[in-house]
Ligand binder design. Sequence first.
Ligand SMILES: [Zn+2]
Length: 225
Amino acid sequence: MFYFRIFIIGLVALSIGNCYSMDFYRIQIYEILCQDCGSSELDCKAILSKDQSIQESVLEFPVGKKNGEGFYIAQHFAEINPRFRNRYHLGEDWNYVGGGDTDFGAPVYSIGRGIVSMTKDLGGGWGKVIRICHSLNAEASQKLGYEFVESIYAHLSEFHVSTGDRVERGRWLGSIGNSNQAYPSHLHFEMRNILGEDLGGGYESEIPAYFIKPSQVIQSLQALR
Ligand SMILES: [Zn+2]
């Protein structure tokens, strides 16, 4: 019995120690996000390849009623961030023009028709994340030079879709959050032209070739309208 009590006390001490070290870890590196968040939960390439009705021709901005109206990019794609060892930002940070937390709870929309490949609360610097895979029609593929696009919406405060959902352009996916108060609320938004790669850390010392500049890609497809 004595040894059993010692064992239980040891277990409790160990779990408290872990909580503290996790908190410490999170505070120290919160915007490095995570090193190994894994890939999408759903391999949607097969689904998209089989079902042509899921193809998309035009993309929209993920915030604002139209063309990101009322929002601005606080941190651009490929911007070097001195706070994170001078590494490149791999997405765009969208904020409401009101500044501060005025965008907390604002709707985040799907940029196009597609399949939700992940809805997950990763905690830490990522918070709640939605990943959507899109298949482009022939005209859009020709314009961009690739067939698939993945869109990633991070730091959300809530989800309105689930993994496996088929969504249309403009679908309300979730709302802007602050990743459990890790920073002022904003949408960290990434786009890639390969599906299901690891989520990574939001910053890199070299930008992998499959990361694409979100606003530029969206605008170039809108020009086809
Ligand atoms: Zn960001």
